[in-house]
Ligand binder design. Structure first.
Ligand code: ADE
Ligand code: ZN
Length: 337
């Protein structure tokens, strides 16, 4: 594609009505913000600024999240992050996002979940009032937490009933945590019974077995990543048959070493097999991803037509936990893209 055509395509992709369903608040720190806040806190950065976002893999990356989130110690900083995330959504023409937020990374707020939710909510609310896209929060467990801690989080969430919170999530590193589906089954059961939706990171740092557990033990409405399901034909058939959507993040998978090249990424094979796939950025600022960039990458690599692009955008909207009104509005405008 020549540079002119590519610029025109990016503009069309920005105008494509779509949702994002796999995006972490923890992944929305700009390098300049980290530098500025670290300086104010008198904290040395672990490496030179030009190498700050160079990660050797998922474990290194998750450790970095603790450092970055640890700097967000005030209400004002949480506001700046959540408002900034909404601006990022608008820059890609995203109409709605489910945003994952994992309290374990934010050390300054431990033991104050209510205050933390209010601080995040204030940024999203101000953004919505300024005409920026609306956001639902998926509050996340970390894979290494205990069953008791998971149940305690769900009990707190269900007693708070914060209107911003739409789902329970679990993220983190399955390769180091090992099999944890059975450990979290009760917490996810209670979340579902209390009316929360359920989204599960699996099939990124785990193989197909993690995706099986997400479906069979955790009652996942949606899988975050899920790409390694491709290694098990029976699982691919199940995801297609039950229409369980995968929130796929190609650039994240390349940067964190899940696949060596985009040509080897399984999104196209999953899509052709009938699995509902959406495109997402995971941790956009830290991994150098943008939502229009993800669509553009797949169109260039896999030759996606406008019809296929539109179908993937439709999946993103239908798979989201947005309310029926927001979904209907986005689907109507998608029809006339
Ligand atoms: N938390 C933030 N990004 C993540 C990822 N890609 N996998 C697991 N946990 C995460
Ligand atoms: Zn993720």
């Amino acid at each position: 594609m020549n540079p002119h055509t590519e610029t025109a395509d990016i503009a069309r992709l920005k105008a494509l009505p779509k949702a994002e369903v796999h995006l972490h608040l923890e992944g929305c720190f700009e390098a300049g913000v980290i530098r500025q806040w670290a300086k104010l806190e008198g904290l040395a950065l672990p490496r030179p600024e030009e190498d700050l976002f160079k990660f050797s893999g998922l474990a290194d990356f998750l450790g970095f999240l603790d450092l970055a989130c640890g700097l967000a110690s005030t209400q004002e900083r949480m506001f700046e992050l959540s408002y900034g995330l909404s601006q990022r959504l608008a820059a890609s023409g995203t109409g709605y996002a489910d945003v994952i937020f994992n309290p374990t990374h934010w050390h300054a707020w431990h033991g104050r979940l209510g205050a933390m939710l209010e601080a995040i909510d204030a940024g999203f609310l101000a953004a919505e009032q300024d005409g920026l896209p609306s956001v639902g929060l998926c509050v996340s467990l970390l894979r290494t937490q205990s069953a008791d801690a998971a149940i305690a989080l769900v009990e707190t969430l269900t007693s708070m009933r914060h209107p911003r919170v739409v789902a329970l999530s679990v993220d983190g590193n399955e390769a180091t945590a090992g099999r944890t589906g059975p450990r979290f089954a009760e917490a996810f059961r209670r979340a579902g019974a209390a009316g929360l939706r359920r989204t599960v990171h699996a099939g990124e740092s785990s193989g197909p077995e993690g995706v099986w557990d997400a479906v069979e033990l955790l009652g996942a409405d949606r899988i975050d990543h899920g790409v390694r399901a491709i290694e098990d034909a029976a699982l691919v058939d199940l995801l297609a048959e039950r229409q369980i959507p995968l929130g796929i993040c190609p650039t994240s998978n390349l940067v964190l070493g899940v696949y060596p090249s985009i040509q080897e990424h399984p999104i196209e094979r999953l899509r052709i097999a009938g699995v509902p796939v959406s495109l997402n950025t995971d941790d956009p600022a830290l991994l150098g991803a943008s939502l229009v960039g993800e669509y553009s990458l797949c169109r260039r690599t896999f030759g996606w037509t406008d019809d296929i692009t539109q179908a993937v955008a439709r999946t993103s909207i239908e798979a989201s936990f947005a309310d029926a009104h927001v979904k209907a509005k986005l689907l109507t405008s998608l029809g006339s893209w």
